[in-house]
Design a protein around this ligand. Structure first.
Ligand SMILES: NC(=O)c1ccc[n+]([C@@H]2O[C@H](COP(=O)([O-])OP(=O)(O)OC[C@H]3O[C@@H](n4cnc5c(N)ncnc54)[C@H](O)[C@@H]3O)[C@@H](O)[C@H]2O)c1
Length: 322
């Protein structure tokens, strides 16, 4: 297949592009590098530097069998400060991308949505039929694109899949997790283990969870990448899909700290501080629907494997940097 991958210079997009290439697909990688790195883009992909909302540019690329749309700003807390940037970059650009793709006759569209659309749910695990209640412009931006996609699917304009990731993590030797800025717990903990960061802050020890710290569902980026390929295939049969992508198991912040200490053999300087507003106590996916519809299951998403792979990937990258 000839596949357009937006955001292919980022963490999940680059990993998925690599997998697509290894399966014999042609990848056109589109990224404006606002947060990605040129060197992340696999060398066998055709790289186009530009904005996914540039309709003239997207139209000039010809047609595709599918588009997988990873491009976006990803930080919910930043979206509380500059919501307009998130609505422009994540919503307006996505709508222009969809328009250009429809005009080029592209029939399959897979979108990086997020568990942020669910907001704060009290019952775990969270399935796809739970009420939608985003707590940030980031989560709202994902929901707005999902809704537009739903109409496009139902009106026969294209086939669409919204994949709601929980916490993407892990990494491959080619693509460690390195966001700008980095706010995710595992890469930050590894920075502390590598003595590149002085300490790790854990927000809140009084949540109604077994050890009092927040619980999250970590899904290995390699499992996410496989699910995207399966979703493209599944759109041959389905006009519209909405699927959670998670491991269906929760890890607390304390468990992450302990696992990082065990895998790296380093003691972490951890400061347990007050809760931050807006952090749900727990977020754990039900992944039953994805398992059934995609014939997919997470293979690498045990916390031990995620941390070990993230540490190995980080070490290779740090070695290159040294
Ligand atoms: N990382 C997670 O845990 C997580 C969880 C849920 C959803 N997601 C979603 O998955 C997607 C990928 O996340 P990631 O972790 O790889 O982030 P990332 O920041 O590493 O990658 C995003 C990429 O998109 C590019 N980009 C942003 N806006 C663009 C635009 N308008 N045009 C072209 N390129 C643009 C950036 O330069 C970057 O390379 C995002 O849409 C994010 O919201 C991520």
């Amino acid at each position: 297949m000839r596949i357009l991958v937006t955001g292919a210079a980022g963490f999940i997009g680059a990993t998925t592009a690599e997998l697509m290439l290894s399966r014999g697909h042609e990848v056109i990688a589109l990224d404006n590098l606002i947060a990605g790195r040129r060197e992340n883009v696999p060398s066998e992909a055709t790289f186009i530097e530009g904005d996914c909302g540039d309709m003239a540019l997207v139209s000039s690329l010809g047609s595709f069998d599918a588009c997988v749309h990873f491009a976006g700003l990803i930080e919910p807390r930043v979206s509380m400060e500059t919501p307009e940037r998130f609505f422009e970059n994540n919503v307006a650009s996505s709508l222009r991308l969809l328009d250009a793709l429809i005009q080029s006759g592209v029939e399959r569209f897979v979108f990086s949505s997020s568990c942020a659309v669910y907001g704060n749910q009290s019952e775990m695990p969270i399935d796809e039929d739970r009420p939608i209640d985003p707590l940030s412009p980031y989560g709202q931006s994902k929901r707005m694109v999902e809704e537009a996609m739903g109409w496009l699917s139902r009106l026969g304009r294209m086939r669409t899949a919204s994949l709601r990731y929980f916490n993407a993590a892990g990494g491959t030797l080619a693509h460690p997790e390195r966001h700008v800025p980095e706010t995710h717990l595992i890469p930050l903990a590894l920075e502390v283990a590598a003595r590149q960061l002085d300490h790790l802050e854990i927000y809140g020890t009084d949540y109604p969870t077994p050890d009092g710290t927040c619980v999250r569902d970590y899904i290995h980026v390699s499992d996410l990448a496989e699910a995207h390929l399966s979703a493209i295939e599944a759109l041959a049969e389905h006009r519209e899909l909405t699927l959670n992508l998670g491991s269906a198991s929760g890890s607390s912040n304390r468990q992450v700290v302990e696992t990082v200490q065990r895998i790296t053999g380093k003691d972490l300087n951890v400061r347990y501080v007050a809760r931050r507003s807006g952090d749900p106590a727990a977020a754990i996916a039900s992944n039953d629907r994805a398992r059934k519809v995609l014939n997919w299951r997470p293979e690498h998403s045990e916390l031990e494997t995620i941390v070990a792979d993230a540490w190995a990937a980080r070490s290779v990258w740090a070695g290159h940097r040294a």
